[in-house]
Design a protein around this ligand. Structure first.
Ligand code: PLP
Length: 401
């Protein structure tokens, strides 16, 4: 799995071309190729002879060997994701975003090590640190997402990894990623970023000093709420360690799901632009409403993370939060239940709009979530924003009831 053949191509072009190597899309015996890498389903790979079997047993990962090591459909997705991330050596795929996070942490940490984890991390990331990593002798210290270069004071001799997620889950704090990665480089600490919200289109992570970037492909890359997968994309220095650990852990993904992810990836640029536009239309409308406490959206000028977002990101996605002023749990439920265009459900990044109530107060330890107004998270889909706004207006009317 190699670096991009032409790294000068712009991201939208790479999304159209990535992973479509002639050896994966064309069979010379048929006299031509197809546009998309076909779905190669396999457990067993057949060999010509014992000598062939022995030779390929030591092959690199992009030779057919055994189903768990992937087939051209899997490699095409990994290759496309590597092309998409400037500075990357390779990409590994996992059955979910959480599996990508846990595999990365297991690959890069050992008993006795210390981990710095952002306090606004996705909740299952915290659970893994607090339970399994702890049992395996890895200590975790949570840090304020707004810490910036002051992270230096938290680095101990045993600190091996700083984990970032920006904007933060549920609360959308923007981290000063370049400041943190600069300190980490100086102190010899590896950095890993959950970049699911932005994707490399809006935030090329390795170019901002990150060593390993993770995405839940389940969200915007898949884009249709019908498949789950995760990825880790890394620098030349770290990729071999991740690959070795991933083989040892036995992670493997379905070629059918890879074909769905490749299909999603081809339209990511146009979808994300529409998610952004619709999301901003809804967020600006909410910000004007008296029933709304505040809107947590880094692309709005009043947002505390706006300056960092404007400096580092080239756009926004369609996931953000807002609070209902003076609303308790029951009022929030009345609001959510009154909506017809928004599905109530977890996950996000699909073409359809979703809403979930969220309660960050109980999942913070380094910082305190003091806002007492009820919070909700919106994933704005590809519907006409006027219909979404009319729906939210209905919901706000139900608040008073
Ligand atoms: C959903 C999500 C994940 C986990 O992805 P799954 O594919 O659902 O396992 C990780 N990080 C963030 C920020 C997410 O929103």
């Amino acid at each position: 799995m190699s670096k991009s053949d032409d790294s000068n191509l712009r991201p939208a072009t790479k999304l159209a071309q990535g992973g479509r190597r002639p050896e994966w899309t064309g069979d010379p015996r048929l006299g031509g190729g197809v546009v998309n890498p076909p779905v190669w389903r396999a457990s067993t790979i057949l060999y010509d002879s014992v000598a062939d079997l022995r030779a390929r047993g030591h092959a690199t990962h992009d030779k057919l060997y055994y189903g768990r090591r992937g087939t051209p459909t899997v490699w095409a997705l990994a290759d496309a994701l590597t092309d998409f991330e400037p500075g990357a050596e390779g990409t590994l795929l996992y059955p979910s975003g959480v599996a990508a996070i846990t595999a990365g942490l297991l690959a890069l940490l050992a008993p006795g090590d210390h981990l710095l984890m952002v306090d606004s991390a996705y909740e299952p990331t915290r659970l893994f640190c607090d339970d399994m990593l702890k049992r395996y002798g890895v200590r975790t210290t949570y840090y304020d997402p707004l810490i910036g270069k002051d992270i230096a004071a938290l680095i101990e001799p045993a600190t091996k990894l700083i984990f970032l997620e920006s904007p933060g889950s549920l609360t959308f704090e923007v981290q000063d990623v370049p400041a943190i990665t600069a300190v980490a480089r100086e102190r010899g600490v590896v950095t890993m970023l959950d970049n699911t919200w932005a994707t490399p289109l809006l935030f090329p992570a390795l170019a901002h000093g990150v060593d390993v970037t993770m995405m839940s492909l389940t969200k915007y890359v898949g884009g249709h709420s019908d498949a789950m997968m995760g990825s880790l994309t890394a620098t030349p220095t770290l990729w071999p360690r991740l690959r070795k650990a991933t083989y040892q852990l036995g992670h493997s993904v379905s070629p059918d799901d890879c074909a769905l992810m490749l299909r999603g990836l081809r339209t990511l640029d146009v979808r994300l632009a529409r998610h952004a536009e619709n999301g901003l239309a809804v967020a600006r409308w909410l910000a004007e409403r008296p029933e709304v406490g505040r809107v947590l959206h880094p692309a709005l000028p009043g947002d505390p993370g706006h300056a960092l977002w404007a400096r580092d990101f080239s756009g926004t996605s369609g996931l953000f939060g807002f609070t209902l002023a003076d609303a308790d749990d029951a009022a929030r439920a009345r609001f959510v239940d009154a909506l017809a265009c928004f599905g109530i459900g977890f996950s996000w990044g699909g073409y359809e709009s979703l809403i979930v109530p969220s309660d960050p107060a109980g999942i913070r330890t380094a910082t305190t979530w003091t806002d007492r107004d009820a919070l909700v998270r919106l994933s704005i889909g590809l519907e006409d924003p006027a219909d979404l706004i009319a729906d939210l207006e209905r919901g706000l009317a139900a608040l008073a009831a």
